[in-house]
Ligand binder design. Sequence first.
Ligand code: F3S
Length: 399
Amino acid sequence: MQLTKQEQSMLDGAEGNAVRKSMEILVALGEIFGAESLIKIGSVQVSGVSYHNLGDAGLEFLDDLAKDGRVKVLTTLNPAGMDLENWRQLGISPEFAEKQKLVIDAFERMGILVSCTCTPYLIGNLPVYGEHVAWSESSAVTFANSVIGAKTNREGGPSALAAAFVGKTPCYGLHLDENRVPDIHVKVKAELTKLSDWGALGYAIGKKAENKIPYISGVKTADLDELKSFCASIVTYGAKPLFYIKGITPASGQQVAPNETVVIEQADIRNAYDNINDQVNDIELVCVGCPHCSINEIAKVAELIEGKKVAESTEFWVATSRTTKQLADKRGYTRIIEAAGGKFACDTCMAVAPIKGRFKSLATTSAKGCFYSRQNLMKTKMGSIEQCIEAAMTGKWSS
Ligand code: F3S
């Protein structure tokens, strides 16, 4: 890989230990993937924030980097393992909280914004069309590439951090236009009537696209919440973190439909629900906000839950960024949701919080949420926001 003089001096240690280590990571990655050079990036989004996943080895690694590592570009964080303020309310142990705070402290010393969200584009980390970035959470990467038209590979936590310290990333993969060409045409001949249908569509396409880049036609409209749900699902269930929707995503007009074609029919959507939904009726946890709720989604929850009460057998979580919750506080949505017995899970989510074994069953609007909750030993139900609120009120799933 060709390095500039300045890059070579960073590799030689002129800017300290964290930058030297970062350059070693970036050069190794670039050589593995055949990059010819590093490319400037506009922002970074770092995953690997939960102490649940990092453990003490990860904490030590971060602590060491934080000694002299300072980010050179806007850098935001993925969800942590707990709500950084109200962790007790979510049943997190003091031992875990102490370790998680040390992780956050290390990131803060590096100059990273402690945003703790998988929807950084909703709270100020919003690239422009065509901009190169280094993001790492899969739904956010897919949103950046597809809905915004920015360019990013799916970084690991360490390579994203390395990019933040250097302000550059190796130029390979989805940074290159020739690797952004769709290779399968997906004709959607199904009606999508609710948010969770987008999760089901992502499941259906992900399974058929099998690590390809889909060019999707037949979708007439899509709003922000539908697209963010779709981004989370399609990449979880098998596609690359880039898609085009004809007439909807910004770069779709520059691409032509590939010859290889698959069709998504109503039966595929039903099949997705059948595969995602387990045989379970009693619901112990209801969680909306995967990816993290927008203010619109919180408004909808508040409208549906006002004047009702969450069942004693059930917990109801609204996962969102702290920044979005502050808007919800101002609009009075927080008061309504909490009066009904709902809890905000800011800074975290059901996949990265240490809740394995605590709940036997989950209801959610999110196909990705179901995927990860099964790994946390939960039976899962995916449905509309109305069905989820109903499950929170009754502790039962009604189909
Ligand atoms: Fe975000 Fe967690 Fe879902 S990181 S996309 S809320 S699994």
